[in-house]
Design a protein around this ligand. Structure first.
Ligand SMILES: Cc1cc2nc3c(=O)[nH]c(=O)nc-3n(C[C@H](O)[C@H](O)[C@H](O)COP(=O)(O)OP(=O)(O)OC[C@H]3O[C@@H](n4cnc5c(N)ncnc54)[C@H](O)[C@@H]3O)c2cc1C
Length: 480
């Protein structure tokens, strides 16, 4: 490895590690107010490619951050300019009131009294959040809505998104081809760069040392190392990476607790066969939602995946796998996520985060009931067959809604449910690793601002909550 070293004695106002939901808004605010800021982003600028190539190049560990403790749970995150926002689905929701009340119980900070309220409109304006027209929804979402009207006489709600000019190409998670989705690389970072942000792409923070009057960060870009110095350090490397950075560099006094309390919003989906559906690749993949009153911790959210991404997540095996894949264009799908009661851990081994996550038994029960509801909804819309995401001895294919009564949620083990997590969070939570101002306990100059700091689940997709925290942190720093 080339270890050429460049030194600089320049003292920046701030160094930010990570360009995603947590890092980018801080940079935007600080640079707008004349701060001298450097941002380090280990990932590259997202460029169009096939979905598997996007997964390989721009997802953390090629999408293979997986817990094998308690079933196979894959947890996904991005590593690109824009962080995970560059490859996310674009849903923009404020945290649920009942979750803010839970945060208050833990932190006594007044979230339910509106602590983050001044920052939500800023986030929504910068991202161009709007509610898309129903005509842009995927056929999966339309079928699901049809079923919900027949089954319960209710409509699904349309999810607000950060994609004002969206023409529904169906590729939000695999590089929006029209650049309609306002991920941070398109919304916050260009203006920050115009205002002086030095964005170092493909550059990783590899070592940190806090001194009395500055923080020293060693970076690596293709084997060339550089030393940077700043008055403030903001770690926004995401909930899977930030704990490893805190621990390796022994930052503050609570780094030993970093990496615990990992929540992921366990998620999965139901496939349904509608002969002649002709789904096609288009339509907003995650455009609608539904909250079943009887399952308050569950949110149903439509998510349609391209054929090349369906193979790895489908429960059917052997000839049944071939059958489902052959009928992909006649398949609708709809997913769910649970506001998890359980939690796991993330640890850093070598370059990659390693997970331990076992779904809580009550979450598993809720997930099974939620999946049954999705399946019933699809049958109400005329599905001829549904496929549930179970392994083990459980039945997975059903041809009639009545057959679903044979599924006893209490008897399905958590380890028998195929799960993914798209929202890792909480691994350096307020009150445990950072204080209410996001400063690392025992540190003078280091802050964490990303999904790690969430005290508990926001009950919704988390990017808006994380960005609101980022605007609040920038305000605090500027008042210093
Ligand atoms: C497929 C998918 C779909 C999603 N859909 C939605 C959605 O619709 N709505 C929503 O609200 N949320 C969604 N999310 C989640 C949301 O995008 C994330 O919660 C959010 O982006 C996390 O923000 P963050 O700042 O914690 O980290 P990130 O946005 O992940 O940013 C962290 C960045 O830090 C960089 N980094 C890490 N370590 C270093 C280092 N040592 N040096 C330099 N750089 C480093 C990483 O490369 C990465 O780019 C989705 C997630 C996934 C995976």
């Amino acid at each position: 490895m080339n270890t050429a070293m460049e030194h600089t004695t320049h003292l920046h106002d701030a160094i930010i590690i990570g360009s995603g939901a947590g890092g980018a808004p801080v940079a935007w605010e600080l640079c707008k107010n004349g701060w001298d800021v450097v941002m380090l982003e280990q990932g590259q600028i997202l460029r169009p490619a096939s979905p598997p190539a996007i997964l390989e190049k721009y997802y953390t560990a090629q999408g293979f951050t997986i817990s094998v403790n308690g079933g196979n749970t894959i947890v996904l995150a991005g590593s690109a300019v824009g962080g995970t926002t560059a490859i996310n689905s674009g849903t923009c929701l404020r945290p649920l009131k009942e979750c803010l009340a839970e945060w208050d119980e833990q932190t006594r900070m007044g979230f339910s009294d509106g602590l983050l309220d001044p920052f939500f409109p800023k986030v929504e304006k910068q991202l161009g959040v709007c509610v898309p027209d129903r005509s842009l929804l995927s056929r999966s979402a339309t079928k699901f809505n049809e079923g919900m009207q027949k089954l319960r006489g209710e409509q699904t709600f349309i999810l607000p998104r950060n994609a004002p000019g969206c023409t529904a190409k169906g590729l939000c998670c695999f590089c929006c081809p029209t650049k309609a989705k306002q991920s941070t690389d398109l919304s916050y970072l260009p203006e920050a760069v115009e205002n002086g942000l030095q964005l170092l792409i493909g550059t990783k923070a590899i070592a940190i040392k806090e001194n009395t009057d500055h923080v020293h960060v060693r970076t690596d870009k293709n084997g060339v190392q550089q030393d940077l110095r700043a008055r403030n350090l903001i770690i926004s490397a995401g909930a899977l990476n930030t704990p490893g950075i805190l621990k390796k560099n022994r930052i503050g006094t609570s780094y030993g607790k970093a990496g615990d309390h990992l929540r992921i919003h366990p998620a999965n989906k139901v496939f349904a066969h509608f002969p002649g559906l002709k789904h096609g690749p288009g339509g907003i993949p995650q455009g609608t939602g539904y909250r079943p009153k009887e399952l308050p911790r569950i949110t149903l959210e439509g998510i349609h995946t391209p054929q090349s991404m369906t193979g790895p997540i489908i429960a059917a095996a052997g000839h049944r796998f071939n059958w489902w894949m052959k009928h992909h264009d006649d398949m609708a799908s709809f997913g769910l996520m649970v506001r998890d009661r359980g939690h796991g851990k993330v640890r850093q081994y070598g370059n990659f985060p390693t997970l331990r996550y076992r779904i809580h038994k009550d979450d598993a029960k809720d997930v099974v009931e939620g999946l049954k509801l999705i399946a019933r909804t699809f049958f109400a819309a005329g599905a001829e067959r549904v496929l549930l995401p179970f392994v083990g001895p459980n039945e997975i294919e059903f041809e009639h809604a009545d057959q679903l009564n044979s599924i006893d949620a209490a008897k399905i083990k958590g380890t028998d449910i195929i799960l993914s997590g798209f929202h890792p969070q909480g691994t350096a939570g307020i009150g445990r690793v950072v204080d209410g101002d996001l400063k690392v306990f025992g540190s003078q100059r280091t802050y964490v601002c990303d999904a790690s700091v969430l005290p508990n689940s926001p009950g919704v997709n988390p990017q808006v909550a994380i960005m609101a925290f980022a605007h609040r942190l920038a305000e605090k720093l500027m008042k210093q």
